[in-house]
Design a protein around this ligand. Structure first.
Ligand code: RIB
Ligand code: CA
Length: 313
């Protein structure tokens, strides 16, 4: 089977970095057409710099990287330096990128690529706020039926919120964008906090990253060492939750994940629950299913895949 063509839309972020590294280490399964950047964890100038740092860390300085939206569609940007540090990639000391950003806006690039490739052959993998994806859908409605699938990290049901009591960060930053994506009719796979909070970098798993003994293995160990503080303090977690790598791992080994095809709608009005993913997990409404909402994973299988692949870079 030929590798799946994907565009990763991202706001690096240490967990984004690991998701990108996993994709770049898996050319048999994944063909990364490009990386498009969005404001989220940190402002756009940093996310678009960090994406290039990660490509060069992987020795893949030839992957096109585009800058996209520098703020949500209709509200002020909320960032997460309290989780990811000032640079967004705190932990390892990595050199500034030599590779340039591509010319042009990420949204125009996404539209152009979807129109250039045969329908159903390009998968979008948003692992940050959905601003770029929603803007592309709004600017070019014809692309919706050309997208093979959207596999995204965002939302929560049983885990509820990580940035407010009810909302997960990626959805909360741009709930209007999320609403457009979830109503687009495109097949969607959702990796919510319900599953990503089960993908924890325990000490043993962090030691396994470090034991790879390469610049990539060491950098990932340092990233997750830094990144775990927030969740350890807030949830008493046994390590950093690898949110975004669940997206790229799903593309390689979907059998590691289980979920339900349900209706998911986005709260865009209430100040109290803004950005909540209202997931009809128990099927109590007549609302039509619009997403495969993942609830669980084989965590040991996930980490052995991740460690094996990172060792390839
Ligand atoms: O809530 C977790 C998500 O928000 C992850 O994508 C993380 O990188 C941040 O963007
Ligand atoms: Ca992210």
């Amino acid at each position: 089977m030929p590798p799946r063509k994907i565009i990763i839309d991202t706001d690096p972020g240490q967990d984004d970095a690991v998701a990108i590294l996993l994709a770049l280490a898996s050319p048999e399964e994944i063909d990364v057409i490009a990386i498009t950047c969005v404001a989220g964890n940190v402002p756009l100038d940093l996310t678009s710099k960090n994406a290039r740092i990660i490509c060069e860390l992987a020795g893949k300085g030839n992957v096109p990287v585009f800058a996209g939206s520098d703020r949500p569609m209709g509200r002020a940007l909320v960032t997460a330096e309290h989780v990811h540090g000032k640079t967004g990639l705190d932990g390892p000391d990595l050199p500034d990128p030599l590779m340039p950003l591509e010319d042009g806006h990420a949204v125009d690039y996404i539209i152009e690529q979807l129109r250039a490739h045969a329908p159903g052959t390009v998968t979008l993998c948003p692992i940050g706020p959905l601003t770029n994806i929603a803007t592309a859908l709004q600017k070019a409605p014809d692309i919706a039926e050309r997208i093979a699938e959207i596999v995204l990290m965002g939302g929560a049901y049983f885990e509820v919120g990580n940035i407010t009591p009810t909302a997960e960060f990626n959805i909360y930053v741009d709930p209007e964008a999320a609403d457009i994506v979830f109503k687009s009719g495109v097949p969607i796979v959702v990796m919510p906090l319900d599953v990503t909070h089960k993908a924890l970098v325990t000490r043993a798993r962090n030691d396994a990253f470090r034991a790879i003994g390469t610049p990539v293995g060491t950098a990932v160990a340092q990233m997750t060492d830094f990144f775990e503080r927030f969740d350890k303090e807030k949830y008493g977690s046994d390590g950093a939750p690898l949110h975004d790598p669940c997206v790229t791992a799903y593309l390689i080994r979907p059998d590691l994940f289980t979920g339900r095809h349900i209706n998911v709608e986005i709260e865009t009005q209430s100040a109290l629950t803004l950005g909540m993913t209202v997931a009809d997990w128990w099927g109590v409404t007549e609302r039509a299913p619009n997403a495969l909402f993942i609830g669980d994973l084989d965590a040991d299988g996930f980490f052995s895949l991740l460690t094996e692949r990172l060792a390839r870079l």
